[in-house]
Design a protein around this ligand. Structure first.
Ligand code: ADP
Ligand code: 5GP
Length: 192
């Protein structure tokens, strides 16, 4: 299983929905242009502006199940009524790039911890539960009932932060981005 990512530093970035994982990863990749991003597969419907094959590989439930049966995922999980997973082919695509980021939820991070113990796991935490709610609402991508579902899952996710070797509190964006950069730079020197 770890073979797919041979020679590649794998960075697992997890944390509750709306905490700022995507925002921080964009900033991180500006500082580390050689760092690849694993494009996940999902059965969730695309949000406006999301592009198939770039934001996600958008699959039907049947297509997703077929890939599970074929052993094409290194991890997969159910989240808020949809399925999400990391395709082995995404790790292979970044095999030679020196580093790849997986932006995944808690159950997937736990699976990777078992199958790829050499991966670096980083938990992104909100400064408070109230801030998390405000960010999810402010992002404007999810209906109120979906936001409530995500906040319910977040309670469980936040309780897991001590499982992670690295925790970044996303309070001030620049500060948090700097801390994440420093962690990643310890394993993956930025381009000169
Ligand atoms: P995630 O990928 O974890 O679901 P996003 O990156 O989409 O989260 O961020 C959720 C919302 O919070 C976005 O609207 C984003 O612009 C905002 N955001 C992210 N980080 C911060 C921060 N440090 N301070 C204020 N707003 C932030
Ligand atoms: P969203 O619907 O907001 O894009 O993602 C919902 C949750 O699924 C987020 O916590 C995100 O990190 C997680 N996620 C995205 N891709 C994957 C994946 O490949 N595997 C797992 N386990 N979770 C994922």
């Amino acid at each position: 299983m770890t073979d797919a990512a041979a020679n590649t530093q794998v960075f697992v970035i997890t944390g509750p929905s709306g905490v700022g994982k995507g925002t921080l990863i964009s900033l991180l990749r500006e500082r580390h242009p050689g760092l690849g991003l694993s494009v996940s597969a999902t059965t969730r419907a695309p949000r406006p502006g999301e592009v198939d094959g770039v934001s996600y590989h958008f699959l039907s439930p049947e297509q997703f199940a077929a890939k599970v049966d074929a052993g094409e995922f290194v991890e997969h999980a159910d989240y808020s009524g949809n399925r999400y997973g990391t395709l082995r082919s995404e790790l292979e695509r970044h095999r030679e790039t020196g580093g790849v980021v997986l932006e995944i939820e808690l159950q997937g991070a736990r699976q990777i911890r078992v199958s790829m113990p050499e991966a670096h796991q980083i938990f992104i935490a909100p400064p408070s539960a109230e801030t998390l709610r405000k960010r999810l609402v402010g992002r404007g991508t999810d209906a109120p009932e979906e936001i409530e579902r995500r906040l319910a899952v977040a309670e469980e996710e936040l309780a897991a932060r001590d499982e992670f070797a690295h925790v970044v509190v996303n309070d001030d964006l620049e500060r948090a981005a700097g801390q994440l950069d420093a962690i990643v730079s310890g394993y993956h020197p930025p381009a000169r």
